[in-house]
Design a binder for this molecule. Structure first.
Ligand SMILES: Cc1cc2nc3c(=O)[nH]c(=O)nc-3n(C[C@H](O)[C@H](O)[C@H](O)COP(=O)(O)OP(=O)(O)OC[C@H]3O[C@@H](n4cnc5c(N)ncnc54)[C@H](O)[C@@H]3O)c2cc1C
Length: 275
């Protein structure tokens, strides 16, 4: 299928992008890398009157340290962040997770913020942002507000973004240790995860655990692990708590089973990982 007719705006700056969003509201769609939006247009799942192309806005194309956070602007592609020289030292979880996001070609166009905006429960970047306790910076003509990742993603493909708001940037807290592990189960490398598990050791045996692909949004837990039995028990109860869902890729039961098997391995790997 082909998309419905739409107007195309390529603003000169973020102010202009926000002004067009204020004018059109939910009749407008922001076009970043187009790796999800183009398919939605072609399938007519999205039928905007106007596309606002922010993909080439230089002022939003930055990765910078802002205090104890790494701020990533809305025009930064997934490959640009993956190749950021400080990534492994500052954000080892993202360094482990980004190679699983699609393919080299899709990462060359797809943006970090576009993935957050799209809010697929199986996506690796929203999972990493939630696990690390990151933030989303939303800009509109009314001003700027900052939401915790946990408050931003409200459900499957659903976020707290208002129609006139642009995601200007996301902020990932710099990690205290390099003890991380990330694994996912997918049909093929580069496919969306059926389930994904992230673990980051904060100090000693205290671990932050993020789970993607099982609930309608990333689930994050903090736990102190005193041995392999703790991790096994935790994932056993999490599998029932998060329930899972059926789709064309897997049943809810398979998702729960994968979580029970993969989860403890990821936590053990993070705890074993030398600082
Ligand atoms: C073959 C293929 C495989 C893929 N595999 C994976 C995978 O394994 N894991 C994964 O996570 N993703 C995967 N993706 C999706 C990919 O990561 C997309 O890049 C991402 O979901 C969207 O980023 P984008 O920049 O392309 O956004 P777009 O497609 O341009 O936009 C997506 C949505 O977000 C909105 N949006 C984008 N940017 C902003 C902003 N700054 N402010 C407000 N709204 C905004 C758009 O309006 C649209 O609704 C895959 C895509 C393809 C084509």
């Amino acid at each position: 299928m082909k998309p419905r007719r739409f107007d195309y705006v390529r603003p000169d700056g973020a102010d202009e992008a926000v002004a067009v969003l204020a004018e059109y509201g939910d009749a407008a769609s922001v076009l970043a890398g187009g790796q999800s939006l183009m398919a939605m247009l072609n399938l007519r799942i999205a039928e905007p009157a106007v596309l606002i192309d922010i993909g080439r806005l230089g002022e939003l194309d930055y990765v910078r340290l802002a205090g104890d956070k790494v701020e990533v602007g809305a025009a930064v592609t997934q490959n640009r962040l993956k190749d950021w020289p400080e990534l492994a030292a500052r954000l080892p979880l993202l360094a482990a997770a980004l190679p699983f996001v699609g393919h080299f070609q899709t990462r060359n166009k797809g943006t970090v913020c576009g993935s957050i905006a799209h809010a697929d429960p199986s996506s690796e970047i929203p999972l990493s942002l939630a696990t690390l306790g990151g933030e989303v910076v939303l800009r509109s003509r009314r001003g700027t507000r900052v939401l915790a990742a946990a408050d931003f993603q409200c459900g499957m493909l659903t976020t707290a973004r208002e129609p006139d708001e642009l995601i200007a940037a996301v902020r990932f807290p710099v990690q205290a240790t390099r003890q991380v592990a990330f694994r996912e189960v997918a049909r093929r490398h580069g496919d969306f995860a059926i389930i994904a598990v992230a673990a980051c050791v904060e100090a000693g045996n205290a671990v932050r655990i993020g789970i993607g692909g099982v609930a309608d949004r990333p689930a994050v837990r903090h736990a102190t692990m005193n041995g392999a039995a703790d991790a096994k028990d935790m994932f056993e109860s999490l599998a029932w708590e998060l329930e899972g869902y059926d789709d064309v890729h897997a049943s809810a039961r398979l998702r729960r089973d994968l979580l029970r098997r993969v989860g403890p391995l990821v936590v053990e790997e993070a705890l074993r990982c030398a600082a």
